[in-house]
Design a protein around this ligand. Structure first.
Ligand code: ADP
Ligand code: MG
Length: 315
């Protein structure tokens, strides 16, 4: 966690000539927290860079409850609040991302289901989130639960989402980022998400069995890359639900960093009650409690993602 705080403070434009301990009067943990809080409370002053070309990220992990939806909506909101145009595609029939983004998703609502079937366009299914004027969402309704089976007999069944998210449709919406929230399975919906994206963001929970099933996810990504989407790669790994009180959380963090190196964001999302409470109010944690550790961590994670995107563009 220490490196997260250090980096965020420097990112917030605070000089860090002195290190902690050398001159406690100039640099204290409180000053550090204040610098982080300023980013969340005054996002207009700390805008994040837009990527030179649009980035489409699929948030995948076939394990349930690892923080896919939470990470999707909070990273999306953090980018959007800092001036970046973002589209979230809710691809889980549970519709949890739609709930957190305060977007209607009762059965019968025009949704990603009709988008996948090719019955409606992106414009017809997209709704603006109350979390930010820069944030759009294609909601998922329970109707999507049947899509996995309906898709099986369809032509180009793995390409349906990609065909719907055309460059023209995304240009028309003006989005810089597309984040696709996957269901907890490796079925056709997730395959559609992997075909529609160039990048995969894998959230990993800092808990027991965190790495279980990861091999299967990676080999599926590899299969999609070889057969359906040559550009696909795992660009980002995010450690979530970190509990500093447990040794296990540190062990998982170390193991994941050893294995995946630079792909792992320096920011780690702490386990925080505020993060889990927010969706119950139809909010992201940034809207629910902007000064909370959870909100600040998601802003840090989003900034890392945005800066990586801006760097890629410059190369
Ligand atoms: P997934 O989409 O992978 O199934 P979720 O994002 O829905 O996972 O998270 C699973 C549960 O854990 C949810 O109840 C969510 O509110 C909670 N949760 C996610 N991240 C955190 C966190 N950082 N701290 C506390 N609870 C969290
Ligand atoms: Mg989910």
């Amino acid at each position: 966690m220490a490196d997260t705080r250090t980096r965020s403070a420097s990112e917030a434009g605070v000089s860090r000539e002195t290190t902690r301990g050398e001159s406690p009067g100039e640099w204290t943990p409180i000053a550090e927290e204040a610098a982080r809080a300023a980013q969340v409370l005054h996002p207009d002053r700390y805008s994040m860079p837009r990527p030179s070309t649009r980035r489409v990220l699929t948030v995948a992990n076939q394990k349930g409850g690892v923080g896919k939806t939470t990470s999707t909506v909070n990273i999306a909101a953090a980018l959007a609040l800092h001036g970046v145009q973002v589209l979230v595609v809710d691809l889980d029939p549970q519709g949890n991302a739609s709930t957190a983004l305060d977007v209607e998703h009762r059965s019968g609502t025009l949704s990603v289901y009709e988008l996948l079937l090719g019955e409606l366009t992106l414009r017809q299914t997209v709704a603006r989130s109350s979390a930010s004027p820069n944030l759009w969402c294609v909601p998922a309704t329970i109707d999507l639960a049947g899509a996995e089976i309906e898709l099986v007999s369809m032509v180009a069944r793995e390409q349906r989402l990609k065909q719907a998210l055309t460059a023209e449709a995304l240009d028309d919406l003006g989005v810089d980022y597309v984040l696709i929230d996957c269901p907890p399975s490796l079925g056709l919906l997730t395959v559609n998400a992997l075909v529609a994206a160039e990048e995969v963001l894998i959230p990993i929970q800092c808990e027991y069995y965190a790495l279980e099933g990861l091999g299967q996810l990676l080999s599926n990504i590899d299969l999609v890359r070889r057969h359906l989407n040559r550009g696909l790669h795992v660009s980002t790994i995010l450690l979530t639900m970190y509990d500093g009180r447990t040794k296990l959380a540190d062990q998982v963090t170390t193991e994941v960093r050893q294995h995946f190196g630079e792909t792992v964001l320096r920011t780690v999302i702490p386990r925080s009650v505020k993060v889990s409470e927010a969706p119950g109010f139809g909010k992201t944690v940034l809207g629910y409690d902007p000064g909370s550790r959870g909100a600040m961590s998601y802003v840090d994670a989003a900034r890392e993602i945005a800066e990586a995107g801006a760097r890629v563009g410059r190369q």
